[in-house]
Design a protein. Sequence first.
Length: 265
Amino acid sequence: MSELSTEKPVIETRKGKSVWLTLNRPQVKNAMNGEMIAMLVEAFQRLGSDPDTRAIVLAGNGDAFCSGADLGYMMQMAQQAASNQQSGITLTSLFRGIAECPKPVVARVHGLCLAGATGLVSASDIIVASNNVKFSLPEVKRGLIPATISPYVVQAMGVQAARRYFITGETFTAEKACELGMVHELTTPDMLDAKLESILAELGSCAPDAMAACKKLVRDVSRMDISADETHAEVAARLAAVRGSAEAAEGMMAFMEKRKPVWMN
């Protein structure tokens, strides 16, 4: 993806019904600085309510997906008490913005995925990675902790794996990330985009409002008590609400009439 030449730290490109957000600081392996983080926060918020956007792809320019937060930026924030606290809140809003974005977010991962980049991946809905990607949570080796990404990384890889990789900072392979459930699809580097396109095609066949409702359903149900009566009442109410929607009526009618629903046109 090195053909991108603009100096903006995030390049936004519309490709059909999808929008690609490409991290564009290849000279520092797409390390996240304040400008990049702010641009991503704004883009996910804006695109989340854009009716013309079906899915968002998060990618990286150059030979790495992302090497995490720019250490120069981190050191600068550490020296300014007010900025130090605010930058942490902004980072948190980035990962939360990805996880709670109504649109499906697909991470296209290649090269390196380090530190905060694992937060970007873990907050995303679908992760496609080259089988030669190196993952790491090296914060402890810098005297730091992976605090703002922890809610998403722990959920993505599990508590026991997080115990190990948070406190060792060791590198692990794409195969291990897939084994842990952190990555959904592994491909050879030359097949990465083909696999990505096949997933985007699947998303293009799905009802937009239903996908947004599914994202929220997973977030909410994961925190519910499965044995509580309130849980079962809640999920039944959600089904009833969606089943009565115009989108569901169109989807079911299209299936019965053996035609494509309007959202596929």
